[in-house]
Design a protein around this ligand. Structure first.
Ligand SMILES: C=CC1=C(C)c2cc3[nH]c(cc4nc(cc5[nH]c(cc1n2)c(C)c5CCC(=O)O)C(CCC(=O)O)=C4C)c(C)c3C=C
Ligand code: FE2
Length: 417
């Protein structure tokens, strides 16, 4: 609900980006009569991945993840195998995953952290004069995106900002969550009238870059010789085919993001060496290179003595920071000859970061329009029974040969093949 001095002009309802804060006007748009916007109810939907809260949740969580056609992208012929395959891979992967979650206390901290971020964002928006409801929608575990959307409907939200908590866009993260959103909105009369604005990526925002630079600068001081430490950005990987065949902008955005952070560091007089590598690969395909584990070994061999790890694709602590980086990679780095190791914490509730998210929401509110929902090819169904039978028959044989090969099984059981 709008209140106080914060409001937007009627022209904004057709997508003009202008709004006013306090007594100033932006883009030269005047303060308008509040009567016609009184019925607006503003919502912010934070999208995130979700994580298992207990060890019993791990296999069903993995099933949801691998059943996502944006995570395992099967050719059309094999698409009917998505769910059986997800079942198989989730069962194979669960023991390794459970070990990881057990090592960080028995479950993912993502739900709690994201709820706290939602509350902090609500407070930051209030402080800027915008009253809103902030919702959390997870892709693979509770509270699911679909549940959050039903709550948005029950609350009568009329204008919604969708903010994925991934700074860089990937088909496998933001893309997947937006696809779910489009499906639900398309099928619902009320929701299709809600004005929506999606922030696809926000890694280039000054507030984010400066917040990251602050964290890095602070952590560099934990080394006895800060200028000697190499800044080691470790991003979650994606399969190469996403970038090179499906046009995922993830790698470009990641490289741009690192460039912007390092530019900010240089502006502060910090000229440490830096490098970028990709972590957390799963399965038998090629992922973005260089791989974090391989680079750590190489750096140790080259004589690098101090290393500052910076997780860069995610803004909360999670299994891949707390277990993979803090335990597995740290151990590997020390074994490889690196003597001094530190890790930058995830942004979490860092005030400058939350304030910047609030600014991003406010800036994008005026441009909300009815959600455009292109037809998804992932959901295509075969109506011809003969074609369907042929696909099932040959698909099953091929899948059997492919997926029960020992190499395939090992690839999903471990991070590294
Ligand atoms: C930007 C972040 C992420 C991208 C890109 C991404 C792609 C991606 N992930 C998998 C497979 C798994 N991811 C898992 C956990 C996980 N992934 C991300 C982020 C990105 N994933 C996060 C934050 C988490 C942790 C959630 C938590 O519980 O804390 C897992 C489960 C853990 C494990 O077994 O390793 C899998 C599996 C693929 C296949 C993929 C791109 C295609
Ligand atoms: Fe992942």
């Amino acid at each position: 609900m709008l209140r106080g001095p914060f409001s937007w002009d009627k022209r904004d309802l057709v997508g003009q980006a202008s709004y006013s804060v306090g007594t100033t006007t932006l883009d030269g748009i005047h303060l308008e009569n509040p009567s016609h916007v009184a019925e607006e109810k503003v919502g912010v939907l934070l999208l995130n991945l979700g994580g298992p809260e207990t060890l019993n949740d791990v296999q069903p969580f993995l099933f949801n993840l691998f059943a996502d056609p944006d995570i395992i992208r099967l050719p059309r012929l094999f698409r009917f195998l998505q769910k059986p395959l997800a079942k198989l891979i989730s069962v194979l992967r669960a023991p390794k995953s459970k070990e990881g979650y057990a090592a960080i206390g028995g479950g993912s901290p993502l739900r709690k952290i994201t709820d706290d971020q939602a509350l902090a964002l609500k407070v930051a928006l209030e402080a800027k004069g915008l009253s809103s409801n902030v919702y959390v929608g997870m892709r693979y575990w509770y509270p699911f995106t679909e549940e959050a959307i039903q709550q948005i409907k029950r609350d009568g939200i009329t204008r919604l900002v969708v903010l994925p908590l991934y700074p860089q866009f990937s088909i496998s993260t933001t893309g997947s969550s937006i696809r779910v959103l489009q499906q639900v909105f398309r099928e619902d009369e009320y929701l299709s009238s809600v004005l929506v604005s999606v922030i696809n990526s926000w890694y280039q925002r000054e507030g984010y870059i400066k917040s990251m630079a602050d964290l890095i600068e602070k952590e560099l001081h934990s080394f006895s010789e800060p200028e000697e430490a190499m800044i080691f950005f470790s991003a979650h990987g994606v399969p190469v085919s996403y970038v090179e065949e499906a046009g995922d902008p993830y790698r470009d955005q990641m490289e741009d993001c690192i460039f912007l952070i390092m530019q900010e560091m240089k502006a502060r007089g910090i000229n440490n060496e830096h490098t970028l590598a990709y972590q957390s690969r799963v399965g038998p395909v090629q992922w973005l290179k260089p791989y974090t584990d391989e680079v750590l070994v190489e750096l140790g061999q080259k004589g690098v003595k101090s290393l500052l790890a910076v997780p860069v694709s995610f803004v909360s602590e999670h299994i891949e920071t707390l277990e993979e980086i803090d335990m597995e990679y740290k151990e590997l780095a020390l074994e490889s000859g690196i003597k001094n190791w530190a890790r930058v914490p995830a942004l979490g509730l860092t005030p400058s970061f939350i304030t910047d998210l609030a600014d991003a929401v406010i800036e994008t509110l005026p441009s909300a329009t009815a959600l455009y929902a292109p037809t998804s090819t992932s959901e295509d169904v075969d109506h011809d029974p003969i074609t369907y039978f042929i696909k099932i028959f040959f698909g099953s044989i091929l899948a059997f040969i492919l997926f029960f090969s020992p190499k395939m099984i090992m690839a999903f059981k471990n991070h590294v093949i």
